[in-house]
Design a protein. Structure first.
Length: 307
């Protein structure tokens, strides 16, 4: 009898565990596996790293990128003063156990330093490169364009909608939301979070920006929960988004890291300056010759008169 009771209890426990695992859905991250319900919380393993993540908060950008790189290929993805854009896009990152990016990232024999948003802030070097610290991104500027419409949006309603979305959907403390500027059809959102301002347990603005960018591009990281922003009872549609990063320490890029377009512009400007100098020199030389010839003719005339 005790054997039967033990077997029945074991079956009941197994059934309960299976039911709990099936019922456990990571609503804030669909790139997970091996989800288990622990009390009221769903815990899962992040794909690609195996790190356990809590599903009641945002997953770190580093773990999200690593999960996306598992089984996929890297892609690529103007620019406010002193801020820089992510020109490298997706790569397979090295993450700390707490989900943060390691200060140095490598791809084979090429290495570079990144900020807390995982964005490259130095030129690429060999594996001897040293990155002494993970530099904090203190400001993230999100610039986007909404779809064509007959009349501009209400600025007040727009600001209210975005603040509510960022604080509720992405769980960011409202004190980290800076300016929200609307110039039809462009919307600019500033997320500010200095090292001294961020409290333990606060969501990082880098994670918020990554989730938001994925939402706008139609590749939501949430489980069956697409981004819907309604302003004055009208659903907002986005056409473009660009994200810029401003670090607490200036980035370290050299000329060779500039894009071909920027280099071409610099070359054209330098050539124009050189051409201007050449023209100026030639003009002065011609003028000098003319003056000398004029003086020579005057002297000859004086000699003729005195003869």
């Amino acid at each position: 009898m005790q054997l039967l009771r033990g077997a029945a209890l074991l079956l009941l426990l197994c059934a309960t565990a299976c039911w709990a695992q099936e019922d456990c859905v990571c609503t804030k991250n669909k790139r997970v596996t091996n989800c288990v319900k622990m009390g009221d919380t769903c815990q899962c393993e992040s794909i690609g790293s195996g790190v356990t993540v809590e599903c009641d908060t945002l997953t770190s950008k580093c773990l999200l990128m690593k999960a996306e790189m598992t089984g996929t290929k890297a892609g690529r993805r103007e620019k406010p003063k002193e801020a820089f854009e992510d020109t490298d896009g997706l790569y397979d990152p090295d993450c700390e156990n707490n989900g943060m990016f390691k200060a140095r990232q490598c791809n084979g024999t090429s290495c570079w330093c990144v900020n807390t948003a995982g964005v490259r802030r130095t030129d690429k070097h060999d594996t001897n490169l040293k990155c002494n610290e993970l530099v904090r991104t203190r400001l993230i500027i999100i610039k986007m364009k909404h779809g064509e419409r007959e009349a501009p949006l209400s600025t007040g309603s727009l600001k209210k909608a975005f603040v509510e979305t960022i604080t509720s959907r992405y769980m960011l403390d409202g004190r980290y939301i800076g300016d929200i500027v609307y110039e039809n059809p462009y919307i600019t959102i500033d997320l500010k979070q200095n090292s001294s301002d961020k409290s333990p347990g606060d969501v990082d603005i880098a994670n918020v920006a990554y989730y938001f960018e994925k939402d706008v591009k139609g590749d939501s990281l949430f489980h069956n929960d697409r981004l819907n922003i309604s302003i004055d009872n009208e659903m907002l549609r986005f056409e473009k988004i660009v994200v810029y990063y401003l670090d607490e320490v200036a980035p370290e890029f050299s000329m060779k890291s500039l894009t071909p377009g920027v280099i071409a512009v610099i070359v054209v400007v330098i050539l124009a300056i050189v051409a201007g100098i050449v023209v100026l020199v030639c003009t002065r030389r011609r003028k000098g010759k003319y003056v000398k010839a004029e003086v020579k003719e005057m002297n000859e005339m004086h000699r003729g008169l005195n003869a």
